[in-house]
Design a protein around this ligand. Sequence first.
Ligand code: PLP
Length: 285
Amino acid sequence: MAIVLYQDQFIDRDQAKVDIEDRGYQFGDGIYEALMVYSGRIFLLEPHMKRLERSARELDLALPYSTDHIIENIKKLIELNHLDDGVVYFQITRGAAARQHFFPENTPAVITGTVAGKIRDLSKRPQGIKAILADDIRWLRCDIKTLNLLGNVLAKQKAHASGAGEAILHREAIVTEGSSSNVFIVKDGTLVTHPADHYILNGITRLFVFDLAKKMNIPLAQREFTVDELLDADEVFITSTSNEVNPVLQIDDRLINGGEPGRIEKKLIDAYDAEVERIRAVPFV
Ligand code: PLP
């Protein structure tokens, strides 16, 4: 039986209950993070927690516990579930609506957390996916990692319905990001990705790829690019916590790089792999 986190308690999943008036459940009024775990170690923990704090500030949401305490609880959740390789998800909502209205100071935000093992074989890096193009119909604060995800969910559904793994979103022919990932193109040896503004989530993996690119002297430009540039790119890849660096081999009917992972993608995947292997070997504290 999986153990889940509810506030400061660790309980059997079957026993977990969320208030029926919880604002996260009712309105998507909450924030979340997903963390990758390799051999029991959390990957890129610090930037994820910094982003969580920013999301909370943007929504004027008081975290129910200090960041350090949340980290402690996440580590305990990993331990109690004997999670070796997998993902930890946690959400923080504003709490129950009626009580929030009358007694806002007595209505703490609610944190829940779950783990998922075996999302795929994490000893192997992602091998490439097919994507579709879809209109970006989301609200205009995509920079905050909130539970307001219906536009993302519908785009992903559309992708899955056509046998693809991701939907690449665009607003008026400008590519923004994927439904649950950031999008990069490679053109003439340079990485290009949408700037970090209100139209995209500033992915932790996106920023990690910036670091890798810098170390490997791969030039990088943060600028808007069009759907035509996307389809005409030498390589296209997505980044996300669970997808890491994943080549996009086909977009709708168009093959990218002949349907094979490209040279720069392979270099980035190898560098990512090396970092994961390094994390796996770090002693527990
Ligand atoms: N963009 C969106 C809309 C996402 O949902 C995600 C991840 O869930 C990302 C980008 C990638 O962010 P990260 O690398 O922090 O997982």
